[in-house]
Write a protein that binds this ligand. Sequence first.
Ligand code: HPA
Length: 248
Amino acid sequence: MSKLAIIGGTGLTSLSGLQIISSNTVDTPFGLPSAPLSVGELAGKEVLFLPRHGGSHTIPPHKINYRANLWALKQAGVERVIAVNAVGGIRADMVPGALIVPDQIIDYTHSRINTFFEEGLEHVTHIDFTEPYCESLRRQLITAGAGCGLTLIGEGTYAATQGPRLESAAEIDRLERDGCDLVGMTGMPEAALARELDLCYACLSVVANMGAGRGDEELTMAMIERTLVDGMAKVKQLLEYFIGSVHE
Ligand code: HPA
């Protein structure tokens, strides 16, 4: 069985149902990951869990040590990664509570360390990022959604923004003109670093709010966290079904 890890985002700092076997503080050549790696069992299978923003949700998107996180997972023998993240919806059907498995990404982040291929190289290396996510894992997540009766949107272009502020209404309009369907702050460089390490990586996004200027409600952290309670309950249901019935 291939080793699976889940990276939890806002609203998913722990995975209820995961019977923790060990919690390992690991070091990497790039520093410490966001939290100790939890190794546990879910639906009878081994799973690793790492909360991207730290165990107490204190690390903002632009301060996350994405390299340490991915390296730690690779070092632990992980081959497949499901990255859960909260997003804003841009496309009309991406409403609060919707679950999306994006198939494309546009990177608007800046000033983040975005590669392992930096120093001491024997050759300059360019990874193929035409398809930024692992298609087999994406397909399996979509199959799992159907299997447990959840409606998943199986495609969409994720706009990765720098944050930590939310966008202006004009920025959301621009992202839409660019062809983006959903917007979040943690999709990059995580997806690219995973590809550099040859990890099979797919993203499971949960819409917390409509993008700026698209909804009636004021965008507050309290409102985002409130919406995410239901969304993350669906994520947990999906992950449990995926691990129990689809993951091999
Ligand atoms: N924009 C960017 N990131 C987000 C949003 C948003 O509206 N909601 C949750 N994460």
